[in-house]
Design a protein. Structure first.
Length: 235
C-alpha cells in the first residue's frame, strides 16, 4: 500500500502503533482509512503490515533528526493520532534528570515536532490531530510527577495548537483515558508490587472508540477533550 491516501480512503498516521492503544487505533481506523502505522517493535509491525489497508514504518520518534525523512513523502494527512508514550512513576525527590528528559522527549517533544512537520499535509486535508493523553494530564498526584508533568505539557501543546490552526480547518482533540489494560499498565503495577487484574482497567478498544469519536465529529463541532474512565463491574 502506498503511504498516500487512495481515491476513496483518507490517510491516517498512528504513532505508537505497536502498543496496546496504538494497535487498537490502527485496527479501528483501517475500517475506512488507509493507515500508516509507526512503531519500534519489528515483530508487531510485521503483524500489522499483513492487515488490509495498513502499511508500516519502523520509527524511533526520539530520533528527531530522522523525523523529516520519515514523513517527507506525505503531502496529505487526514488524521494524525499520537499514541506513542512512555510512563514511569517516581517522586520529585527520586526522579533522575534522565527520567525527566526521556519522558518529556517522547511524550511532548516528539509529537510536537512530528505535528510541525506534518502541518502542510494536515492543512491540505483539513485534517484532525488526536493526542492520546491521560487522566494524569488533568490531575497530578504524588509519586507521578514526571509522567503527569509530561501529560500536562501535552495538553498545553494540544490547546495551543488548536487555536493556531483553527483557521486552517484543522481539528485538534485530546483523549484522556484512565488506567488501560496494556503492557505499560502491567509494568507499572508490577513495579508497585500490585496484583494485576485486567478487569479493573479500560480496554484499548474503548480508548480507540473515543479517538474515533474525535475523528468522526461533524463539521459543525469538535471534541476538544474526551475523558474515558473505567466503569466498575463492567467486565
Amino acid at each position: 500500500m502506498s503511504a498516500s491516501p487512495t481515491e476513496t480512503r483518507p490517510l491516517a498516521v498512528v504513532t505508537g502503533a505497536t502498543g496496546g492503544i496504538g494497535r487498537a487505533c490502527v485496527l479501528d481506523l483501517a475500517r475506512d482509512h488507509d493507515v500508516l502505522a509507526l512503531g519500534r517493535d519489528a515483530g508487531r509491525l510485521a503483524e500489522l503490515a499483513g492487515l488490509p489497508h495498513v502499511s508500516v514504518r519502523a520509527a524511533d520518534l526520539t530520533d528527531l533528526e530522522a523525523l523529516p525523512a520519515l514523513v517527507a513523502d506525505l503531502d496529505r494527512v487526514d488524521v494524525l493520532v499520537h499514541s506513542a508514550a512512555v510512563a514511569g512513576r517516581t517522586t520529585v525527590e527520586a526522579a533522575s534528570v534522565q527520567e525527566w528528559r526521556s519522558q518529556l522527549e517522547l511524550n511532548v517533544v516528539a509529537p510536537a515536532e512530528l505535528t510541525r512537520l506534518l502541518l502542510p499535509a494536515l492543512r491540505a486535508a483539513r485534517g484532525r490531530v488526536v493526542f492520546l493523553n491521560s487522566g494524569s494530564g488533568l490531575t497530578a498526584r504524588g509519586g507521578d510527577a514526571v509522567y503527569a508533568a509530561s501529560k500536562f505539557a501535552l495538553r498545553a501543546l494540544a490547546d495551543s495548537l488548536r487555536q493556531e490552526v483553527e483557521a486552517d480547518g484543522i481539528v485538534v482533540g485530546s483523549v484522556h483515558p484512565g488506567p488501560v489494560d496494556t503492557q505499560m499498565q502491567r509494568d507499572i503495577q508490577a513495579r508497585l508490587g500490585n496484583e494485576y487484574v485486567p478487569e479493573r482497567y479500560i480496554r484499548p478498544e474503548s480508548v480507540a472508540a473515543a479517538v474515533r469519536a474525535v475523528v468522526d465529529a461533524g463539521e459543525d463541532a469538535q471534541l476538544t477533550s474526551v475523558t474515558v474512565r473505567p466503569r466498575a463491574g463492567s467486565r
